[in-house]
Design a binder for this molecule. Structure first.
Ligand SMILES: Cc1cc2nc3c(=O)[nH]c(=O)nc-3n(C[C@H](O)[C@H](O)[C@H](O)COP(=O)(O)OP(=O)(O)OC[C@H]3O[C@@H](n4cnc5c(N)ncnc54)[C@H](O)[C@@H]3O)c2cc1C
Length: 715
């Protein structure tokens, strides 16, 4: 714990101790108040301003320290200042005190609670972000939970301070007025219990529940409203129609067919979507050839004399297409038809919440369905940079069709796709310039990760230009040139081909999304709630079209929730679990991650400890001449609980699986250390990083005693 926290905690403890040791609570009783009323009144007549100041300070101290006595102080407020001023003064004093308690709880305990229960708290915090003000208002009016507990627990959530302040002030007002009013007739009060009659309590409860209830009613009405202008069919051809035969759509229809639902999958282009045809599969096939070439280049390192390399780029691309063809049957119409899915090759258009129109060679057909899952994917985003369209930019959609290796290739974008293709083309022999406007490539990863990848790229001859923003494309004397801005200067970069890889835009137009008014997120993806549901509760979305992740495995993950909620949501709905999401960038060195990295932990204010193991020390890596990279693990301070792992090195994408499993099932580093790993494998790096953690966290005091014990045993 930081010194500032310890000091605050001690100060609070001392003040609370003083309150009880000196019996100050005895002053905060009804009898004491009545006894002292005349004295207080005369002091107030002589020193009106000072009385307000002292009263407020006492009130703020009692509520800020969560001490008992706020009710008596409120009555006193009425007795001393009357109804109007009493209400104003108490309202501010109680809100300030409550906010101080809220802030103290946040400062002292939120980090600890976050790091311990971070993943589980995420959805609570999302709920607080959405409905926190309503819940707080209800809690303030329905006095089932003491106010001091509300102050402290709200401090542990992500509720904004200003929201807490104003909602508390409004929420506590009604109760404050009742007690202040009672206080104005202090002499007539014999006990605190009679002040709030059951009828008054009931009215408060109704008042408190009302906004929450109203919000729920509005939400339900909104859902009813979206369907108002549509006619619902009496019967349905299908239980489910799935739009898009990529990773998301395939898994959705697979699950639907497996549970015996009638499902139609509509794909307008190629089954398998981006992953099979223009994404993961061709890129990994190209990476493989590029890696093979890099080994040939490095053959002297392996004791083999430099061999001659001869290859034809078009044959490399033939191999890429052969790989696609070999994988194709996994995603084929035949396979899915055999699984029980009706597969239609056509463009789908949603024409009502229950009807999807398909245009095939046989004509236009409308399929009625109870639910729809949109899995229409995304496409490469090509920015409107002047002149770009004149230089025929390549993207991940069409780069697989080129037959000649570009001599000078300009890659725009330092994200995963840009990096994978940069290195592949450089290894194949292109002179590659990679341009990124941010200060480093792979910006989502920690700086040491970007450094490791950048160092390798530079070693392999890639010209990396970070901090360069593409401004214009021109053709000068027949030569294609990009003009970029770098530190306020215009920089000219000549090239033969440009590959644009600066992000992917969700496919949200042309198939009924606008016509139905399906809501989009600020990132222009289809907006879904935690259940993959759009603003039409029977229309779901998953994969790249919905985000927030754009990976094959996350599309498949969301697809399970979309399918199950669409088919069985009337019984039980499942919220998509994003607690453990891994990914990998297949550069050399490979970069894989699960959970937090250091920059995210810092941004989110999550305390962590970090241990790292250098793969340059690993026997297998040395034997393979791949002695580079690291395994970096973030853990909860003082615990072996894993918060996140980054691996840089050979097979990082495979090695990370052990940590994905560990995080998913809450297994700590001690469990990984206690597990046998085969010698000599790269996977041993996982065990060794756990060893580094163990050594760092060894109980030194105890070990000193054990050392003494052994010395004594030796005599
Ligand atoms: C170069 C590259 C490399 C990648 N590498 C990896 C990787 O290594 N690992 C990884 O996890 N991810 C990778 N990805 C990302 C991955 O490909 C996507 O996340 C994944 O394909 C998303 O699947 P999806 O089902 O959401 O969409 P898609 O695969 O895009 O499928 C959407 C389908 O919907 C169809 N469609 C759209 N509109 C209609 C309509 N109106 N009617 C009928 N059909 C329609 C489209 O034709 C398309 O086939 C890579 C992507 C690229 C571009």
């Amino acid at each position: 714990m930081k010194a500032s926290k310890i000091i605050l905690l001690l100060a609070i403890a001392v003040l609370i101790a003083v309150f009880f040791i000196f019996d100050l609570h005895l002053y905060l009783s009804l009898d004491a108040l009545k006894d002292q009323q005349a004295v207080i009144d005369s002091y107030r007549s002589e020193q009106p301003v000072l009385t307000v100041v002292i009263y407020m300070l006492v009130y703020v101290a009692v509520t800020g320290l969560s001490l008992p006595g706020a009710t008596i102080l409120t009555l006193a407020g009425g007795a001393i200042f009357g109804l109007l001023w009493g209400t104003v003064i108490v309202s501010f004093a109680s809100t300030i005190g409550a906010t101080l308690a809220f802030l103290a709880a946040r400062f002292l305990f939120r980090d600890t609670v976050n790091s311990r229960f971070g993943a589980r708290l995420k959805s609570i915090n999302e709920g607080v972000g959405r409905d926190g003000a309503f819940y707080l208002f209800t809690l303030r009016l329905v006095p089932v939970i003491p106010f001091f507990i509300i102050n402290l627990t709200m401090g542990l959530t992500a509720l904004r301070v200003w929201t807490f302040f104003w909602v508390s002030q409004i929420g506590m007002l009604a109760g404050t007025i009742v007690y202040i009013n009672a206080g104005t007739q202090l002499a007539k009060i014999d006990s605190l219990s009679g002040i709030l009659s059951p009828a008054l309590l009931g009215s408060f409860a109704l008042l408190g529940i009302f906004p929450l209830l109203a919000k729920k009613i509005i939400e339900t009405m909104k859902k009813v409203q979206v369907y108002k202008k549509w006619n619902k069919p009496k019967q349905f051809d299908n239980n489910l129609v799935v739009i898009g035969g990529g990773s998301g759509g395939l898994v959705t229809s697979y699950i639907a067919a497996a549970v015996k639902a009638k499902v139609t999958l509509i794909e307008k282009h190629k089954m398998g979507g981006d992953c099979l045809n223009t994404g993961c599969v061709p890129s990994k096939a190209l990476i493989r050839t590029a890696k093979h070439l890099s080994y040939i280049k490095r053959s002297a390192e392996f004791g083999v004399k430099q061999p001659e390399v001869e290859f034809d780029f078009s044959e490399v691309m033939d191999r890429v297409h052969n790989v696609i063809k070999t994988v194709e049957p996994h995603d084929s119409v035949k396979r899915y038809t055999e699984l029980g899915v009706d597969v239609v090759t056509a463009e789908a258009k949603i024409i009502s919440p229950w009807e999807v129109e398909v245009k095939t060679d046989e004509g236009v057909k409308t399929i009625t369905t109870r639910s729809i899952v949109i899995a229409a994917g995304a496409r490469p985003f090509v920015p409107p940079i002047p002149g770009l369209d004149q230089v025929d930019p390549l993207t991940s959609d069409n780069v697989w069709n080129i037959r000649e290796l570009p001599k000078r290739l300009l890659v725009l974008g330092g994200g995963p796709i840009g990096c994978e293709l940069t290195q592949s083309f450089a290894r194949l022999g292109s002179q590659v310039t990679q341009v990124e406007m941010l200060p480093r490539i792979m910006i989502r990863e920690d700086p040491d990760v970007s450094e490791a990848v950048m160092a390798r790229f530079k070693e392999e001859g890639v010209d990396i230009r970070v901090g360069h923003t593409a401004k214009e494309f021109i053709i000068e004397n027949g030569e294609k040139i990009m003009i970029a801005e770098h530190e306020g200067q215009a920089v000219k970069i000549p090239f033969d081909e440009v590959l644009v890889a600066i992000g992917r835009a969700a496919n949200v137009t042309g198939y009924g999304v606008e016509e139905l008014g399906i809501t989009l997120s600020p990132r222009k993806t289809i907006e879904t709630n935690g259940f993959q549901e759009t603003n039409y509760p029977n229309i779901y979305a998953c994969g790249d079209v919905a985000g927030p992740y754009q990976f094959t495995h996350t599309a498949a993950h969301q697809a399970w929730y979309a399918a199950v909620n669409a088919l069985f949501g009337q019984f039980k709905r499942f919220k998509t679990d994003y607690s453990v999401i891994p990914w990998s960038t297949f550069t050399d060195p490979e970069v894989a991650r699960v959970g937090l990295n250091e920059q995210e932990a810092k941004e989110q204010n999550i305390p962590y400890e970090v241990v790292s193991y250098g793969i340059d020390d690993l026997d297998r890596a040395i034997a393979d001449s791949e002695a580079h990279g690291f395994v970096k693990v973030l853990t909860q301070p003082g615990k072996d609980k894993i918060l996140g792992v980054t691996i840089v090195g050979e097979h990082a994408g495979d090695l990370i699986a052990e940590f994905v499993l560990a995080m998913k099932h809450d297994l700590g580093l001690n469990k990984i250390l206690g597990t046998i790993h085969i010698y000599p494998t790269m996977a041993e790096a996982n065990k060794y990083v756990a060893g580094v953690w163990k050594k760092k966290n060894a109980p030194q005091g105890l070990l000193n005693w054990v050392g003494k014990y052994h010395a004594w045993r030796r005599g």
